[in-house]
Design a protein around this ligand. Structure first.
Ligand SMILES: [Zn+2]
Length: 140
């Protein structure tokens, strides 16, 4: 799996229609938050039928696309709990990047770094074994 393209952004920008199609291909529905709401935010409801993703308004289209694939990862990872543990968040990023890669969408190294900074914000939010694995992997 290739996570990164270059530092100049996505190798192939993905349209709203393209994201909607990929969501449907994975059994999910993509909705867009009203303009000006959910700034730089996205969410997903894996328990909805069908699972739904709501994509906010982003200043950075690459971050918007990466967050879309992350939320799709949550929708696809049906064996995860809905609780936002470190492990669930990590798996959602990995699954999302795999789906993106299969669709020919790769991200810049700076965007991938942002995703991992986002992930690290979940450190210490629970006392799960997943958290422990992350700490051990980082040597903390
Ligand atoms: Zn998440």
């Amino acid at each position: 799996m290739r996570l990164t393209g270059s530092d100049s952004g996505m190798n192939a920008p993905i349209s709203d229609a393209g994201m909607g199609r990929i969501a449907r291909e994975h059994g999910a529905v993509l909705r867009f938050a009203p303009a000006g709401t959910m700034r730089d935010l996205s969410s997903s409801d894996r328990l909805a039928s069908p699972p739904s993703i709501t994509l906010g308004t982003y200043a950075n289209p690459e971050a918007r696309a990466a967050d879309f694939f992350h939320e799709l990862g949550h929708c696809v990872n049906t064996s995860d709990t809905v609780i936002a543990t470190m492990g669930n968040e990590l798996r959602a990023w990995i699954t999302g990047f795999e789906i993106a890669s299969a669709a020919g969408v790769t991200f810049s190294t700076s965007e991938v770094a942002r995703c991992f900074r986002e992930l690290s914000s979940y450190l210490g939010t629970d006392a799960s074994a997943d958290d422990r694995l992350w700490h051990d992997a980082k040597g903390w």
